[in-house]
Design a protein around this ligand. Structure first.
Ligand SMILES: [Cu+2]
Length: 160
């Protein structure tokens, strides 16, 4: 084997080893993972997904509920072409957990100016928590093309 060939061989092996160590560190040490589903809704045979969603807790009672001091949970359904509930009101400084599922097709769930950015996939439950420090009207928009009236699909978080 040529001298340079051998040098590059060991250099490549060392880089590969280094990358594997970095991967292991961020996965095990820093707990950084790909987002996974927080739950699934599987329709019974012959049942459509929309009916299954409305029959499954907590989506049988969508809306905002207080789960602790300054902590809220919103159970939300995304459907062509609206989010339900359409508007929620929380005080500034609240930590809000969004628990969202789709009753039909794939939708997006994006709140500009925050890091809330999810895909809402039929049959899966997506969850994200965010603290709204500043008062204002935050728009929730669908940023995943979902059909004819996709551009009208939005909701609102009103922070007072
Ligand atoms: Cu859409």
């Amino acid at each position: 084997m040529d001298r340079y060939e051998r040098a590059f061989f060991w250099f490549s092996a060392a880089m590969l080893g280094l990358f594997l160590c970095v991967l292991a560190y961020v996965t095990v040490g820093m707990h950084i993972r790909l987002p996974g589903p927080s739950g699934r809704i599987i329709p019974a045979p012959g049942q459509n997904l929309g009916a299954a969603v409305l029959a499954t807790a907590p989506f049988n009672h969508p809306g905002l509920r207080m789960i602790g001091p300054g902590e809220y949970e919103v159970v939300m359904i995304a459907q062509q072409w609206f989010f339900f509930p359409r508007r929620i009101h929380v005080p500034a400084g609240s930590r809000v957990t969004f628990r969202v599922t789709s009753a039909d097709v794939t939708h997006g769930f994006f709140i500009p100016g925050t890091r809330v950015n999810m895909m809402i996939i039929p049959g899966y439950i997506s969850v994200e928590t965010y603290r709204f420090e500043r008062a204002g009207d935050y728009r929730i928009i669908c940023h995943e093309y979902c059909g004819l009236d996709h551009q009208t699909m939005s909701a609102e978080v009103v922070v007072k």
